[in-house]
Unconditional design. Structure first.
Length: 434
């Protein structure tokens, strides 16, 4: 070990007890309006961001512009002959706070359609990347490569009034969002389907066109619409939404901001949860020999898992105190379209037995399933079985909410984000350790 690395290790081992002590014994000590525990613990629960696009209610789940998920899915115009709303109409809701008319949706869909041609150099860049590149690296790179197209940068360099900055930001957002489905589908087909690319269909809506380019038959188109809507936004504080806001606050354009958002989403503590759940479900199935367990058998398995010090993936949420409505919406889709799918049967039994067990155990603040508990299962059912690609799907949806937030940030002239940091010595002085 080098002298530098050895010295650093010595410093780290000496420092860790200080942080542990501050969290354990002085976590509730106030620093201004927040506590030491919040300052060290990732600012969890600190109310210091503003967004009107969505709000996470502990009992009702996510509200998009004041509408609960069931309300939004019921009220938004649906694609003719399909079950789920237009993604384009949902984006109209995120931007305006109003339920669009059929004419409004057609206008937005037409806007997306005329903007969805992806520059050829984007595909050239993706093809030039190493074969083992992660899909999220490819997705982020493709988005960032289009920064040269930014209307915001062009107008800013020419001289742009601060109150007008939202206008080119809006143009960039629509230009990018319209292209994301084709970029995502291209990555999937190029990486996992031998490069057999399916061209976009100009007559299809965003969700339908994505399913077409993925090469997956109906009702995968309805699933795509539902998936993009459910994953679109989750307040401003989660890593992906916050990263997009943070980067945009420096007046970085949409391409920089959404590429950064994707990078945050790629972290195993954020966007990878759905594939972790699916991996765990496969291990459960393997341990049970592929047999669909009874409720009693699953209860025993859950208790054995918890007693061994492990967790049940897909259950619990930092804010929610009931079943995640995003989970419920996907569950209803599964009950209608894949009730006999073996993995869904595992999810179904877990849904029935796990919450009461977690309540009895008493460690979980929220014993109910979250959105990740079955989102990967549905993708698996329809043949999209490459775990690493699931976060790209998440990213297409999340971009809708983050773009809407950034447009409004610019419209309201929000300043650059710049919280204040304190040293460990300062925290120890505030806690009267020193």
């Amino acid at each position: 070990m080098s002298n530098l690395k050895s010295k650093l290790q010595e410093k780290i081992e000496g420092w860790r007890p200080r942080t542990t002590k501050l969290l354990k014994e002085y976590g509730d000590v106030k620093i201004g309006e927040v506590t030491i525990g919040q300052a060290i613990g990732g600012m969890r629960g600190v109310k210091c961001l503003t967004t009107d696009i969505s709000y996470l209610d502990p009992m009702e789940g996510i509200r998009f512009r004041g509408f609960t998920i069931p309300e939004a899915l019921e009220k938004l115009p649906k694609v003719p002959g399909k079950e789920t709303p237009y993604v384009e109409g949902f984006f109209y809701l995120l931007l305006t706070g109003e339920i669009p008319s059929e004419e409004d949706v057609k206008e937005v869909a037409a806007e997306f359609n005329k903007r969805k041609i992806v520059p050829g150099y984007v595909f050239d860049i993706l093809k030039a990347m190493p074969e083992d590149s992660h899909p999220m690296v490819m997705f982020s790179t493709a988005i960032l490569s289009m920064q040269r197209e930014s209307e915001f940068v062009k107008q800013y360099n020419e001289g742009l009034n601060k109150m007008d900055m939202w206008i080119p930001t809006y143009e960039d957002a629509l230009n990018l969002l319209a292209k994301l489905p084709q970029i995502a589908a291209f990555i999937y087909r190029y990486k996992y389907k031998g490069g057999q690319i399916i061209d976009p269909d100009p007559d299809l809506d965003m969700g339908g066109n994505f399913a077409h380019m993925m090469g997956v038959d109906a009702p995968y188109d309805d699933l795509s619409r539902l998936y993009f809507i459910l994953h679109s936004d989750h307040e401003s504080g989660n890593v992906s939404a916050h990263t997009g806001h943070l980067v945009a606050s420096a007046l970085s354009d949409i391409y920089y901001s959404i590429s950064a958002m994707i990078n945050g989403l790629a972290g195993p503590l954020h966007g990878l949860a759905n594939q972790e759940v699916l991996r765990w479900l496969h291990s459960v199935s393997e341990q049970m020999g592929g047999k669909i367990p009874t409720e009693e058998e699953m209860k025993k398995f859950v208790w054995d898992t918890l007693n061994s010090g492990q967790v049940i993936p897909g259950f619990g949420h930092a804010v929610l105190r009931k079943t995640d409505p995003r989970y419920t919406a996907q569950r209803e889709f599964c009950l209608k379209h894949l009730p006999d799918d073996p993995l869904f049967k595992y999810v179904d039994v877990l849904y029935k037995v796990t919450p009461p067990i977690l309540e009895e155990q008493g460690k979980a603040k929220n014993p109910w399933p979250n959105v990740d508990a079955q989102s990967g299962v549905i993708q698996w059912h329809y043949g999209v079985r490459e775990y690493d690609f699931y976060t790209v799907l998440f990213g297409v949806g999340r971009a809708l909410g983050v773009c809407a937030n950034i447009i409004w940030d610019r419209a309201l002239g929000y300043p650059i984000e710049r919280p204040k940091s304190l040293t460990t010595d300062m925290l120890e002085e505030i806690a009267h350790i020193k």
